[in-house]
Design a protein. Structure first.
Length: 406
């Protein structure tokens, strides 16, 4: 799935304040990070981490490619490798998301007490996260904005002088000053793990390796096949209805029942929608679209191998950029995940930041119901006889209906 990139962006309390005072629309890195900065693209997210208090305090969306500029923003250094950004979320330190609360849910969480590989994470930036970890952190930041919780900390931590790595966005020295405990120390204390060790390579890409054979985004071969099957069904139904179709470009080369998804009649090579390039980039990442007369009549995220919130985040991005947009949106997932879908749709991130909330904009389609309805209508040769809105209403559930459906 063509997801955006997620990157760690380290700040000290001082550089964070200077960033905000300058307008909060430009982030910068040292010259030594040029190779990594060059990989960051417009649309990627920077996950802002405040050293000292060890919390995520902001979410920035990159709006430009990297460029070099020495205009004074920060007092410590120039940080000349810069990116223009849009602030998606900003938290006060007392409302920030502590990293120690997220680690048990991240892939970087040490499975063995002797495993210290994660400790290079907060030693330098930018450092890339895997999609699932990045989405989790981004969702947690947005939820903290929607539902702020005060988490007290020692104010002296905001005044403490950070280690050179945390000021400069460069890899940390092998032994941080003992007077200033590292985030690794704080995590070990909270979780009974080992003490700090220096990262062997602080510039490592934390997105993980290629999936093993038969796997995709952490799913088994069966789950991956189900994802492709459901995408194929959605495309074939839309094709029979005479609609124009869009499939996530990374999936169009896949096949189901001998039919390549990109070859389903009606699948487009270019989206004919009257939106800005930024909006189109977000729409292109949605799994399947049904279109008619340059309007989206159905947007579908198929969630058999990815976390539910990852699909909702893509939908939320679309809504955030176009608040007045009335695209029918659907999360398509196995029946066993119905309650999980409901929980994610009604979480504060998606209910308090949007009006109307995502629970009023997005419906749920169970895999089995879609399969059954497709097979029934195909046998009766009636796929093209039902209007898209009537069909979607018949196979989908609102959040209220999901509470009562077993």
């Amino acid at each position: 799935m063509a997801d955006r990139g997620y990157w760690l962006d380290l700040f000290t309390p001082k550089t964070w304040a200077e960033f905000l005072d300058a307008g909060g629309d430009v982030s910068g890195f040292r010259e030594g990070r040029r190779g990594l900065v060059a990989k960051i693209e417009p649309g990627d997210y920077l996950l802002c981490y405040l050293t000292g208090v060890s919390r995520f305090v902001g979410l920035l969306e990159v709006t430009s490619g990297p460029y070099e500029d020495h205009t004074k923003i920060w007092s410590a250094e120039d940080f000349p490798l810069r990116l223009r950004v849009r602030r998606r979320a900003v938290l006060a330190p007392e409302h920030g998301v502590p990293i120690v609360e997220l680690f048990p849910r991240l892939s970087l969480y040490p499975r063995r007490k002797s495993d210290n590989s994660w400790q290079g994470l907060v030693q330098g930036s930018p450092t890339r996260f895997g999609a699932a970890d990045g989405e989790l952190i981004a969702a947690s930041i947005l939820e903290a904005v929607a539902n702020p919780v005060v988490r007290p900390f020692d104010p002296k931590k905001l005044l403490a002088k950070a280690s050179p790595a945390k000021i400069s966005h460069k890899p940390a020295p092998s032994s941080p000053p003992a007077a200033h405990p590292t985030d690794a120390t704080e995590f070990a204390a909270a979780h009974g793990g080992p003490g700090p060790q220096a990262a062997e390579n602080a510039e490592a890409d934390l997105s993980g390796g290629e999936p093993a054979n038969g796997e995709e985004e952490g799913g088994t071969a069966l789950e991956v096949n189900a994802h492709t099957e459901i995408e194929s069904i959605l495309l074939r139904i839309g094709s029979a209805m005479g609609l124009e179709l869009w499939i996530d470009p990374t999936d169009r080369g896949k096949s189901h029942d001998g039919l390549r998804l990109g070859d389903v009649p009606g699948v487009l090579d270019v989206l004919p929608l009257p939106f800005s390039a930024e909006v189109l980039k977000t729409i292109r990442r949605i799994d399947v679209l049904w279109l008619r007369d340059q309007m989206v009549v159905g947007a579908f995220e198929v969630e058999s191998t990815t976390s539910i919130y990852s699909g909702l985040l893509r939908m939320a991005d679309l809504v955030a950029m176009n608040p007045n947009l009335t695209i029918p949106m659907f999360i398509v997932a196995p029946g066993a995940r119905r309650e999980r879908v409901r929980q994610e749709i009604v979480r504060p991130t998606f209910s308090k930041l949007f009006h109307p909330p995502m629970a009023k904009r997005c419906r749920y389609v169970p895999f089995d119901r879609l399969r059954e309805r497709f097979a029934l209508l195909e046998r009766a040769n009636l796929l093209g006889a039902i209007p898209p809105d009537a069909f979607l209403t018949s196979v989908s559930e609102t959040v209220d209906q999901m509470v009562t459906v077993s």
